[in-house]
Write a protein that binds this ligand. Sequence first.
Ligand SMILES: NC(=O)c1ccc[n+]([C@@H]2O[C@H](COP(=O)([O-])OP(=O)(O)OC[C@H]3O[C@@H](n4cnc5c(N)ncnc54)[C@H](OP(=O)(O)O)[C@@H]3O)[C@@H](O)[C@H]2O)c1
Length: 301
Amino acid sequence: MANTPIKLNDGTTIPLLAFGTGTVHYQKDAQDLVTTAINAGFTHIDGAQQYKNEESLGAGVVAAGKPREGLYITTKLNKPAEGKTVRDTLVESLQKLQLSYVDLFLIHTPVQFSKEPGRLKAVWKEMEAVKKEGLARSVGVSNFRAAQLREILDGAEFPPSINQIEFHPYVYKEVLPTLELQKQYGIVTESYGGLSPVVRFNGGSLDPVLTSIAKRLSDTTGKPFNEAQVLLLWQRQKGVVIVTTSTKESRLVEYFNTFDAPGLTDAEIALIDEAGAKEHHRQYVRSSFGTVALLSADIPK
Ligand SMILES: NC(=O)c1ccc[n+]([C@@H]2O[C@H](COP(=O)([O-])OP(=O)(O)OC[C@H]3O[C@@H](n4cnc5c(N)ncnc54)[C@H](OP(=O)(O)O)[C@@H]3O)[C@@H](O)[C@H]2O)c1
């Protein structure tokens, strides 16, 4: 099922599928869609300080009326203003979200800190501190490549639990060195932009493969399946936590129904990997993975 939890390296668990409040909801009031998503079965909501809509995320959670302990809420650190600490920004987020803790707090992008020597490492120490204080149950990073992970792992009290990155077959080959390092520390990958081959790069080498697998799933199950759903299944089988989103209630239900399907076969996974490796398309953090992680890239083009 879509909410099947995945175990993190700090002993907590995270639901497989998240509703994201960035991209199409960036700087927009997300209240109604957050409530709709929770009512559709989402227990995991992905937010960020940079999305400038944490108040509406919080209001959407309140309006859904579900017990806090059954929900999993993420926010992400934007570079603190002069004189503010990481903790200060998280406390502000918690007020906006109407929460006493978040389940997951991520460094949104390393590039905001990497120009100042030692700053990234110092920020990670502050992240460790907010976890120890209980303001965040888990802490992690986003848009980090292997070199940046190594920088904070050196001297860390504990490793990040999550690295949230663009993840789909057209970038899979490129992120493998980062995934290798993550495996050594038990850092789980969280995907965003996972539907990009269908939403943003259609017409590529993956198209015929996704279409034929969608047809196979439709024939096997007797239910309609589309190419985006094949990508969701591919992500699940790669062991990643999936952050997706929609502006439509029907799509939110469709995302959930996807996970009732039987899995992709090993041969299908291999076909997707192979077709994805033939082309490289990246929507976010374009120039080279992790070196130019523009927060504005979190806005749909
Ligand atoms: N950490 C970061 O730097 C970062 C960067 C980007 C995103 N994120 C997070 O990840 C979340 C999701 O990002 P994303 O929007 O890039 O995710 P995505 O899963 O790649 O794309 C979601 C979009 O796909 C469309 N879609 C779904 N199924 C479709 C189909 N069958 N045919 C055509 N379109 C389809 C939906 O459109 P409809 O609205 O029409 O349903 C939706 O807007 C964001 O909201 C944010 O929370 C984080």
